[in-house]
Design a protein around this ligand. Sequence first.
Ligand SMILES: *Cc1c(COP(=O)(O)O)cnc(C)c1O
Length: 387
Amino acid sequence: MNFEKSQRIKRLPPYLFVELDRKKAEIQAKGVDVIDLGIGDPDLPTPDFVVEEMAGAVRNPKNHRYPSSQGSPAFRNAAASFCKKRFGLELDPDSQVCACIGSKEAIAHFPIAFVEPEDIVLVPSPGYPVYHIGTLFCGGISYFLPLKEENQFLPDLFSIPQDVAEKARIIWLNYPNNPTSACATEDFFKKVVDFAESNNIIVCHDAAYSEMCFDGYRAPSFLETPGAMDVGLEFHSLSKTYNMTGWRIGFAVGNPELVAALKQVKSNVDSGQFEAVEDAAIAALSSDQSFVKRMQDIYTRRRDVLVEGLRSLGIKAMKPRATFYVWITVPEGHTSESFSTLLLEKAGIVCTPGNGFGEPGEGYVRMALTVPEERMSEVVERLKGVL
Ligand SMILES: *Cc1c(COP(=O)(O)O)cnc(C)c1O
């Protein structure tokens, strides 16, 4: 047999963290107490009230049958109410909301509805890898939009050549941003709407970190922007907000035609999420959000320990107003790779080299605020010994 793989798979980018993963395992095997700031996965548990809701919902036979692939009416209502309370959006739960099995699932599947082979998709770089991979799976071509510090890590829409804009079907955006932690301004979102309207491009906004905000900052929804509902679809996730990465639940909201297209794809590839998970998610979305506030306070304290520690050592680090990532400029003479290797080998600290998120991320490393405050102080202590 010759199991020749498809071009879709052969074109996948190499996994850039192979070497780092190998070194981490090697150092751990030596008995080093490694502190892992590499992964964007909350370390704290899902709140009890959500777990309790799930425990009851598992026993309910109504949940034992096939779910609806677009999400139960109750879940879609809860998602719409959340968006109304939080962002002031008026969404019809039937035509403007679709549940997804974690937002990653919908982000990867949505392009199937619109991207033909050779079509262009505008993809921010550095960025969450799934935008590019979803494009590849459709045979499309990613045109990377570099996110540069001098533009506050917002893509420069005016630098996109006209012939590229004409061939582009989708532009992906993600604010608050992973990995840079940058936040979008209303003015930027307005420019995006104009750009999308004049070039007939669908705007897909990944809002995975909309609730993870600090210092009183409130991240806007892209859909709050005048005209956005004509051009856009927004992907929301319960994963980071409620420490529910393992549960696989999120939702997409926005333009009814775009939501219908997503539902059409999904109804042909999956049969929805377990409705007990949706019941638990309803409890999270319709709660008073005091849990979210508590998490924000915890991340704020961790952030302050790390950023102030880094700065006291002369390291340039952005103090994030949102997301649980700190985006750090590597010191003179280092690359993303050499700096992360140094931290791992000399201090037992794992961080993510910025170029792993795309070439324009070279010169940076990302640290996640996913260890307790005392461990964060330990990180700073260990850095003092190396830098
Ligand atoms: C974590 C993350 C997601 C995926 O979240 P799930 O809902 O768990 O699939 C999507 N986008 C970005 C930018 C993320 O960091």
